[in-house]
Design a protein around this ligand. Structure first.
Ligand code: FAD
Ligand code: DLZ
Ligand code: SF4
Length: 522
């Protein structure tokens, strides 16, 4: 009575629901390196290397724990290239009585799994992914009971559910749910920024790096200095290192940006978390324990835990509630193709050049670079949201559609019409200047409002508000911005619009084929 247990590339957890309570003698675990997954978008080289190395390590660990593992390598000459093709071959090899799998992280993969029972004539048990704190149905029940999806209220539910940072009498630790007033300071001179833990590649990782360098040479990004955790043991060491070296200042400088400093006090744990090498609960527990031990202040522990059991879970629930329609959403009717500099980094706008450089070098840019530099620019410039989403899915080592798509389409591009965020995350140069040290070194002048030397964010910001006035004028959180726009003389407004147009006319569109092979749908 063999059970076939396919484990997908982002399900690398020993606590995975499909492995629990199974007699190891009766089961075959199937891990599949397949061309379709490596190429459905042209992922950053580092992301492919990370996933394949982590999959190979996980397979070794399962074997050592007594599991029978069927591991399909990318260079296996019989490899069919797809999940369904490999499950078909495994069914023929092992003749299982049943297939058992944890729900996938992507709609695209879910539709494949949904077809397996009919195709193979076998029962397929699809189990809930209990590595998340909030189940998909649980989120939908929460959302259906509300007019609007305010993350803060969802987060409070998750605090109550987990008991994290809660007192014995059910109150939030420190008397408040949120300490953001103490957070989000601009960077100061003289701060020391810790590096994330560097994990030296072992033989398995080195073999994968060679394979990726050979097969994916034309994909975006650099492979050099690969030092990401690829096992749960490495990832736990990286978590402990973060808690010790960076968490104490995480909250205070959460929104800061500094040229040449790619991590500041961020954790860079998202790749390990999203692969399953760490669970959300163990990461949040580590932060809570550090607070309880007096090692980190409450504003840092709370701010970090909010990202993990608040934002991350909220985004995932939103994805499954809004798919598949949200993937095509374009509420602001944006049609511009993605500018080429997102791939080449060749722009004189220093904030953008820095964000693209970090992205190319590490498959990483921190949240505020993603939201208020890369995302903000694309939205202000009116770039088609699906082009933006493809770029984000390709370039980040932590990018899987369940987490990337809502962050791009809904949070950063406002393309869902405000279902997730009541106000667009739009900002001009002054915001970036306040939160970074970029502007002093930039070829553009952030204080200039219009003309060829003015920071392009300034004119683009007003032209965005003008273009979308019908939608946003009535938004109570945007009243002041429109009041400022209305107070300007007609001449001043025309100057802004002309400046924005002149700048936009200089943008080179990206050539086809960077994100998806040109024959595929974009
Ligand atoms: P930290 O700043 O140390 O935060 C800790 C953890 O909180 C992260 O590791 C992550 O797991 C979680 N987190 C924080 N914010 C979010 C959020 N908005 N959504 C989900 N989780 C969050 N995150 C991804 O994991 N994959 C993506 O593909 C992704 N794409 C994004 C695209 C855009 C446009 C934006 C604005 C954000 C995106 N994020 C994505 C969220 C966030 O930027 C990254 O999780 C974070 O930068 C990862 O770096 P870190 O581990 O150093 O995070
Ligand atoms: C992103 C990715 C890549 C590059 N390669 C593989 C792979 O070879 N095998 C695999 O199981 N998963 C891979 N993934 C992750 C999947 O594309 C997908 O994101 C997850 O399975 C979530 O559904
Ligand atoms: Fe970016 Fe404008 Fe500052 Fe230059 S001046 S770094 S373009 S915000």
């Amino acid at each position: 009575m063999t059970i076939l247990i396919p484990v997908l590339g982002d399900q690398l957890s020993h606590t995975l629901a499909s492995l629990a309570g199974v007699d190891r003698g009766d089961a075959v675990v199937l891990l599949m390196e397949v061309a379709d997954e490596t190429r459905y978008v042209r992922h950053h080289k580092r992301k492919i290397a990370l996933i394949l190395s982590a999959m190979r390590h996980f397979a070794d660990e399962l074997r050592a724990a007594g599991w029978q593992v069927d591991y399909i390598r990318l260079d296996d000459p019989e490899n069919s290239g797809s999940f369904t093709g490999e499950v078909a071959r495994a069914v023929a090899r092992h003749r299982p009585a049943t297939i058992r799998i944890v729900e996938s992280g992507e709609w695209r993969v879910k539709t494949m799994i949904d077809g397996w029972a009919a195709r193979f004539g076998l029962p397929v048990d699809v189990l809930a992914d209990d590595r998340f704190v909030c189940g998909i149905l649980e989120y939908q029940t929460w959302a259906q009971a509300r007019h609007d999806l305010v993350m803060e209220y969802f987060y409070r539910e998750m605090r109550r559910k987990t008991g994290l940072l809660m007192t014995a009498d059910g109150k939030p630790e420190g008397g408040a749910w949120n300490f953001d007033k103490q957070n989000r300071a601009p960077p100061k001179r003289g701060l020391n920024y810790p590096e994330p833990l560097q994990v030296a590649p072992d033989e398995t990782t080195r073999a994968v790096l060679a394979l990726v360098a050979d097969r994916f040479a034309d994909h975006f990004g650099r492979l050099e200095h690969f030092a990401l955790p690829v096992t749960a043991t490495d990832a736990r060491a990286a978590l402990a290192h973060f808690v010790r070296t960076a968490l104490p200042d995480f909250g205070t400088y959460q929104d800061a940006m500094v040229a040449g400093q790619d991590w500041l006090y961020h954790s860079w744990l998202s790749p390990a978390l999203n692969l399953g090498l760490l669970t959300a609960r163990e990461v949040a527990d580590a932060a809570a324990a550090a607070y309880a031990a007096g090692d980190v202040p409450l504003n840092a522990a709370e701010g970090f835990i909010r990202q993990i059991i608040g934002w991350r879970e909220y985004i995932r629930g939103y994805y499954w509630m809004e798919m598949p329609a949200v993937a095509d959403a374009n509420a602001l009717g944006a049609t511009r193709p993605l500018p080429e500099f997102y791939w080449t980094g060749e722009t004189q706008m220093l904030c953008l050049a820095e964000a693209v450089r970090a992205t190319r070098d590490h498959g990483y840019a921190h949240h505020i670079q993603r939201l208020m530099v890369l995302g903000n620019f694309a939205m202000l410039a009116g770039v088609r949201p699906q082009d933006v989403a493809d770029w984000f899915l390709v370039v980040y080592a932590d990018a899987y559609e369940w987490v990337e798509l809502p962050n791009v389409i809904a949070m950063s591009q406002h393309a869902d019409g405000g279902r997730l965020a009541t106000k667009p995350y739009a900002g001009g140069g002054a915001y970036i200047d306040r939160m970074s040290d970029y502007c002093g070194r930039c070829r553009y002048d952030v204080k200039k409002k219009t003309g060829p030397d003015a920071c392009p964010f300034n004119a683009l910001y007003w032209s965005f508000l003008d273009r979308n006035a019908r939608r946003f004028r009535g938004n109570h959180r945007m009243v002041n911005m429109y009041a400022n726009w209305d107070r300007m003389t007609a001449e001043r407004r025309a100057d802004y619009l002309a400046s924005a147009e002149a700048f936009l006319a200089t943008l080179q569109p990206a050539a086809a084929g960077w994100a998806r092979a040109s024959s595929e749908k974009s």
